[in-house]
Design a protein around this ligand. Sequence first.
Ligand code: ADP
Length: 183
Amino acid sequence: MEKKIGSVIIRLVRGDITKEETDVIVNAANTSLRGGGGVDGAIHRAGGSEILHECIKKYPEGCKTGEARITTAGRMAAKYVIHTPGPIWRGGQQDEERLLASCYRHSLLLAEKYGARTIAFPSISTGVYRFPIERASKIALSTVVENLPLTSIIEVHYVLFSISDYQIYEKNLQSTIKEEKGD
Ligand code: ADP
């Protein structure tokens, strides 16, 4: 599914984010930036060891939850990977929503700083970190839509691994756009 907000294309894609040909792909990393499971493992496998080496060299301290760091994309088609550690869901009283929004906002602004025009996001925090997908998808969509005017980005992809996640994003993309238009 694809929608336009102003001149920006928002596309929902089902599949594997490592195959995306956007300028940037975003990685749902952990704070060590030393690789992990899920989408993080897939990105490091597909991109090759160059990504891990750059993380170790440039970011010895790792990265705080809600912030973002950039590396090459190694062997993948993308130019860059932006690594952002999402919050672990602990019931919703530990600032999880603000931190998740911060991941999307920081990733978008860092992509802009590097001149990216196209970016692909996975569903940050909704795997092993257990953030409820319904709430997470609304935050993912609304935070990007709100911050897009601060960038020159022309295309945003949300790459969803499962059909059920895709359907939730589909429903919430419709309502996000309606709110945006003031319908
Ligand atoms: P987190 O630790 O932030 O929860 P996970 O990697 O466990 O991160 O999960 C985030 C989401 O990414 C989940 O919905 C998971 O199904 C999905 N995912 C896993 N592998 C891929 C991939 N190759 N491409 C896109 N999404 C993926």
